[in-house]
Design a protein around this ligand. Structure first.
Ligand code: HPA
Length: 219
């Protein structure tokens, strides 16, 4: 499937081996539409990964999903296009039509929420993420369409990541640091500086949740 975004970094956390892959590359220069999602997920699968916790920064369009908070979505709508979105590509993988009614259906999502609760990390349980192509941010009209469609938050990287993980039999949950109000929702300009500033603490909190999960693996 070509090259993954970055080499896999491996850590022992308690008795759990934690493997990390930087989907935007080590220099953070790979845009969401150019990430080789298949190579990333396949390399994790080959390394023996069973559970994938994705950290996906997002914008928010629903009251209650404030910037600075973590959301753990339970639904998604895929608006991406032109990405290699399946291992079923006419090759050796064969043809699979995976079941995807509940894209974050496995036990991992619950475990993420429980770990957050145990460490008093505030998280929003549920919500729909609209996954857009990027790398540009959206127009006002686009965000209002996403809202009408039922999205609460908007990001660029959950698809095809979530469905590729499902194709490989890996459980996939997403922790979404909310970086900003989405385009047209507030009067404030959306800048990269403000996004980075807003998610600094929540990314740290996401790491706390992941660390707690690794130290308290499911039996
Ligand atoms: N839109 C899409 N992706 C994002 C946003 C946004 O407003 N903020 C962080 N990731």
């Amino acid at each position: 499937y070509g090259s993954a975004s970055a080499p896999i970094a491996a850590y022992m956390v308690g008795d759990t081996q934690l493997l990390f892959i930087a989907r935007h590359g080590r220099q953070h220069n790979i845009p969401p539409d150019k990430v080789n999602y298949r190579a990333n997920l396949y390399s994790l699968h080959q390394a023996g990964v069973k559970d994938v916790i994705a950290v996906n920064a997002v914008g928010a369009m629903t009251d209650g999903y404030e910037p600075g908070v973590l959301a753990v979505p339970d639904q998604l709508i895929d608006y991406t296009w032109g990405r290699e979105q399946s291992f079923s590509d006419g090759g050796d993988f064969g043809l699979q039509h995976i079941e995807f009614t509940h894209p974050f259906a496995g036990p991992l999502r619950r475990r993420v929420l429980e770990a957050a609760r145990a460490w008093s990390v505030p998280v929003l349980d549920g919500g729909c993420i609209g996954v857009v192509q990027g790398p540009r941010l959206e127009t006002d009209a686009q965000i209002h369409r996403l809202q009408r469609d039922g999205s609460d938050i908007v990001g660029m990287t959950s698809m095809p990541e979530a469905s590729l993980a499902r194709e490989l039999g890996m459980d996939y949950a997403s922790i979404c640091p909310i970086a900003n109000w989405a385009a047209g929702i507030s009067d404030q300009a959306i800048t990269m500086e403000a996004i980075q500033e807003t998610i600094r603490d929540s990314v740290r909190q996401a790491r706390t949740v992941i660390e707690h999960l690794c130290r308290n693996p499911a039996d």
